[in-house]
Design a protein. Structure first.
Length: 264
């Protein structure tokens, strides 16, 4: 099964779990998105890789006219139902892949992606698409877990994620994000980093990780190098913390970088 189909299948099955997950449904970043939308004065916004729609709800509450876009039709059905329940009439849904967005050029004032980019098949193509659909002077916000710069901790994180969820592609380092954004034609991003605690049992249950894979995750965590375990603050029950980043940027005024380096 191709990666995009795998991601759509796995997350479609987990749609309700992600809607009710406190890890995803809460956070100061959601409050920040509401304030960002409010400050832009009813922007036209895209929640890219919306999942259960928490970023879309936050944007709509700030007055944005929001399109929630995701690979999974099941996820988007949950978003539409929840938006109706919350009375968010300014929110609509549209199925599509990040690497080939079904929108015209310069459609949005604001593009937000939250906890989605690490599942994208090819981030450079997705970022070029984001730049294409952003209006001149528009804003891109990326909220996602980031990998540590130290290779030993980076490798541990990718291993844990892939064992838990075969649709995982990669958590990128901050230095990688900076390079990817520059290559796609964006200005150097502003960034804020914080830690997100993950309780092991609910983390694996949310993706319906098999008992065999969950056991492998525990084993890898228990036997990882001490410096990596220390970075993720690994607890006896397997719980740990992730580094999460808010990256905010706008299209660069240099028109050559995205076009001259593009390659599908």
């Amino acid at each position: 099964m191709k990666q995009q189909a795998l991601a759509a299948k796995r997350f479609g099955a987990a749609a309700q779990a992600y809607l009710t997950s406190s890890t995803h449904a809460t956070g100061v970043d959601l409050e920040r998105l509401t304030e960002l939308a409010r400050g832009l004065g009813q922007p036209v916004a895209l929640d890219l890789g919306s999942g259960p729609g928490h970023a879309a709800y936050a944007l709509a509450q700030g007055g944005a006219l929001v399109t929630a876009s995701d690979l999974s039709a099941e996820m988007l059905a949950v978003v539409a139902q929840e938006a109706e329940r919350r009375g968010l009439a300014s929110l609509q849904t549209r199925q599509g892949a990040a690497e080939r967005l079904p929108f015209p050029e310069a459609s949005f004032d604001l593009v937000v992606t939250r906890y989605s980019a690490h599942h994208w098949v090819y981030v450079p193509a997705a970022l070029r698409e984001v730049r294409r659909v952003l209006k001149p002077g528009g804003t891109l916000v990326i909220v996602d877990a980031v990998a540590p710069e130290a290779p030993v901790a980076d490798t541990l994180l990718q291993t844990l994620e892939l064992l838990r969820d075969p649709s995982h592609v990669r958590h990128y380092r901050l230095t990688e994000w900076a390079a990817l954004l520059e290559a796609a034609g964006f200005a150097a991003p502003k960034s804020d980093v914080w830690t997100l605690p993950l309780e092991f049992a609910s983390w694996v249950a949310r993706m319906e990780t098999s008992e065999l894979r969950a056991k492998a995750v525990r084993d890898v965590l228990a036997k990882a190098a001490e410096e990596a375990r220390r970075h993720f603050q690994v607890q006896p029950d397997g719980s740990f913390v992730l580094d999460v980043v808010w990256l905010e940027t706008t299209p660069s005024t240099d028109e050559t970088s995205a076009d001259e380096t593009s390659a599908d």
